[in-house]
Write a protein that binds this ligand. Sequence first.
Ligand SMILES: *Cc1c(COP(=O)(O)O)cnc(C)c1O
Length: 229
Amino acid sequence: MNNIAEQLSAAYHNIAENCRQLQRDPQSVQLIAVSKTKPVSAITAAYQAGQRQFGENYPQELLSKAEQLTALPELEWHFIGPLQSNKTRLVAEHASWVHSIDRLKIAERLSAQRPASQKPLQVLLQINISDEDSKAGISAAQLPELATAVAKLPQLQLRGLMAIPAPGDSERAFAAMQQLSKKLRQQHPGATELSMGMSDDWPLALQYGATMIRLGTAIFGARTYERNE
Ligand SMILES: *Cc1c(COP(=O)(O)O)cnc(C)c1O
């Protein structure tokens, strides 16, 4: 086995073990392999080891990788980064999921630009749960209104929430997200997903009901550069 296959296998093993202790079904948790800045060879290695869900942060990088990897038929892209209006088309055409919706205008563009031949884009609303000036996302107070508006868009399906807590704030933030998610599901029963937890805090996220964890470093190793971060 190559390194990536080993790290993936270890991650799935750890997830199953954590789920067992939490009395959660391991099938209720999806691992999104965050491949930003990593070469297509790394994605191919993970795909060959059985991974199908991949996360990318930058529209241009998503496009380039999607075009190079059309031969991997079951691969699904999750767009998890900040999204500007002038880049929505790339994401609407290539992603299956978008985790980072934080404005109605972006959602409307994605819906309008989603090709009719594809199934609706699965979207999560990003909450700025640690209330950081520097972070994307809406406040909890803005959630009901944005959720109602997004749920009406024909080529989008509202599937849940995403958050990136501030360092040191993970546990409070995850608990708050779990409550928000419960409330959201009363109005939008299909919004069952909760995307939270990264390489260094995912076990805690699982305790608070995460259904999608986004692991980069734990699968592909440290990134040698970051863009826009
Ligand atoms: C980079 C990134 C991740 C993965 O982070 P790791 O700490 O490497 O696991 C997850 N989510 C988002 C939104 C990211 O930008």
